[in-house]
Design a protein around this ligand. Structure first.
Ligand code: URP
Ligand code: ZN
Ligand code: ZN
Length: 507
């Protein structure tokens, strides 16, 4: 009898920290051995010349999210996760979005119904909180966090979703008290509304003006404000889809001041520019928020990625068909930029783009690639150590890569339900040739091998990375005290001061 169900032999295994020649032994969907010359498995896979990497975790994607206004996302859990698997991703975390007036629990239950029986890969949910009523803050959110929904997104923009600073503070306090991670979409809604009105009055309504309505300053201001709100509550946050230098400067400032601010970027900010929006109505294909910036900003994002400023790279897959009255042409018409649904597809291309443009060019190392796309998202969202690593006991979620395969990206080869990719015609080197979810092959040699329903729901743990920092000294001017205040914040005085203080207070 074989010890292993499967052995992946002779490959180069890379984790977030190491690269090694090793065989991987899999049993009952888990990695049970890493070594050389492992005994034979029932199935043998020769990975000579290939990279053996943890499957990707795409921790920011939108699938079958209810839209209203006659709009509809192109991808549901079936097509979206099929596309993910074919691009080397084994776990996705899309969003259960609360509509105003809806209970948060109802939004989560509805989202489970949408996912049930459809997913090719494993999945967890973030929540989107748009209506933080007292019931949501006091009862629903704490109960859902306890039940394994341990992250939620806060919008500072989009009229139907935006929250004001006071609402954000209330939500951050819940995150702090109950150990959840808050993700923040940082753009200043009032600035955008004012600029949009001015552009419309001037007749400047083509897709390219989407970028004019959301300049870098709008993102910089909101990023700074989000950081300040996180500091006031003393809780870590993640700034999602960071697009360029000025927002990065704010995050660097926060890090320099000892604040625990995590940051995410996406391939569109590394590879697209605002000129992609300047192609007549075709520019609608690249309308997303924040918008892609210019080449100088791209370089800064790449540098920040190399320097370790970013924790994760996600796709922000938000799929709308271009030639579709429920997509980028609402009602079948070419509309003013502010009515174009925001978002671009990217679940299947996220990893190959970052591998080719990041690892193959030497901008980031292979280990950084693994960290940014798999290991860190698992840690950030409470899925580690089960997910995001090639280690003993972890789920056998594995992507085998041909690092030399040359591919010219074309929408026809992708497995989503969107009718375009922003990366049409782009040549990349390196592609995942086989994907395994808990030891089961879902993508192999150009063929989809998995079935809808293979993927399972993953309740998330409370992420350690969401814990407030234990401080010995307060940031200047922010001293809270050595006893918990109303929010439970505590700043420990330096040890010497503490000794002094105890002497002073001794009878
Ligand atoms: O344009 C984008 N990013 N659409 C998706 C929704 C969001 O804000 O992430
Ligand atoms: Zn967003
Ligand atoms: Zn998004």
């Amino acid at each position: 009898m074989s010890t292993f169900d499967t052995v992946i032999r002779n490959g180069t295994v890379a984790t977030a920290s190491d690269t090694m020649q090793a065989d991987v032994g899999i049993r009952d969907g888990r990695i049970v051995a890493l070594g050389q010359a492992l005994s034979p498995g029932r199935e043998e896979i020769d990975a000579r010349g290939r990279l053996v990497l943890p499957g990707g975790i795409d921790a920011h994607c939108h699938l079958d999210q209810p839209m209203g206004d006659g709009l509809r996302m192109a991808d549901d859990f079936l097509t979206g996760t099929r596309s993910a698997a074919c691009g080397g991703t084994t776990t996705v975390i899309p969003f259960a979005a609360q509509e105003k007036g809806q209970s948060l629990r109802a939004a989560v239950e509805d989202y489970h119904r949408r996912a049930e029986g459809k997913s090719f890969v494993d999945y967890a949910f973030h929540m989107i909180v748009t209506d933080p009523t007292p019931a949501v803050l006091k009862d629903e959110l704490p109960a859902l966090i306890e039940a394994g929904y341990t992250s939620f997104k806060i919008y500072m923009t989009y009229e139907d979703m935006r929250l004001d600073d006071r609402q954000i503070l209330s939500l951050l306090a819940v995150a702090r008290r109950h150990g959840a991670l808050a993700m923040v979409h940082a753009e200043n809604a009032d600035c955008i509304a004012w600029l949009t009105e001015a552009l419309e009055e001037a007749g400047q309504v083509a897709p390219k003006y989407h970028a004019h309505a959301r300049p870098m300053a709008v993102e910089r201001e909101a990023t700074h404000r989000a950081i300040a709100l996180s500091e006031v509550v003393d809780v870590p946050i993640l700034i999602v889809h960071v697009s360029g230098r000025e927002a990065i400067d704010q995050i660097r400032w926060a890090h320099a001041h000892g604040l625990r601010i995590y940051a995410e970027t996406c391939p569109q900010y590394l590879l697209l520019t605002s000129s992609h929006l300047d192609e007549g109505y075709e520019g609608a294909k690249c309308v997303c928020s924040p918008p892609p910036r210019d080449r100088a900003n791209q370089r800064v994002v790449w540098d920040a990625l190399a320097d370790g400023l970013f924790t994760i790279v996600s796709s922000d897959h938000a799929p709308f068909r271009f030639d579709d009255p429920q997509g980028k042409k609402p009602g079948g018409r070419e509309v003013n930029f502010q009515y174009i649904p925001n978002g671009i597809p990217g679940l299947e291309t996220r990893l190959p783009l970052l591998f080719s443009e990041g690892v193959r060019t030497g901008r980031i190392t292979l280990n950084q690639f693994v960290a940014l796309t798999s290991t860190n998202p698992a840690k950030l969202y409470g899925l580690a150590p089960r997910k995001g690593a090639i280690s003993i006991g972890a789920d056998a979620d594995i992507a085998i890569w041909d690092p030399d395969r040359q591919v010219t990206i074309a929408n026809g080869m992708l497995h989503h339900a969107v009718d375009y990719t922003p990366y049409e015609g782009l040549q990349v080197t390196g592609w995942p040739v086989s994907t395994f979810v808990r030891g089961r092959r879902v993508w192999d040699d150009g063929q989809v091998q998995g079935r809808p329903g293979d993927g399972m729901f993953l309740p998330c743990g409370r992420p350690e990375m969401a814990r407030p920092k234990v401080r010995d000294t307060a940031p200047a001017g922010n001293y809270v005290g050595d006893r918990p205040d109303a929010l439970g914040r505590i700043v420990r005085p330096e040890a010497a001061n503490a000794r002094e203080a105890s002497k002073r207070h001794a009878p």
